[in-house]
Write a protein that binds this ligand. Structure first.
Ligand SMILES: [Zn+2]
Length: 82
């Protein structure tokens, strides 16, 4: 089947974003620099510092809400931890 090329730029960005978030999940280093478990979005301390509803967002799948939840969590933690 022939691929739709007109939206290629946007699709490429989506793919890049997808791999960015997959990489963050699989990494053993949290964005804060501490060690974390591969498969978890954040280290234990960052996760513990999040409000309940933000923690729940991180259980969503990539492509199904995880990206926004992760971005919000990182912004929140950066604001809280200065
Ligand atoms: Zn952390």
């Amino acid at each position: 089947m022939k691929k739709e090329l007109s939206r290629r730029g946007a699709e490429t960005q989506k793919v890049k974003d997808f791999f960015f978030y997959v990489g963050e999940l699989e990494s053993e280093e949290c964005f804060c620099g501490r060690n974390k478990q591969s498969g978890k979005a954040l280290c234990f301390k960052c996760f513990r510092d999040l409000p309940f509803d933000m923690r729940n967002g991180l259980y969503q799948q990539i492509g199904n809400g995880f990206e926004a939840a992760y971005d919000a969590a990182v912004k929140y933690l950066e604001a809280v931890n200065g």
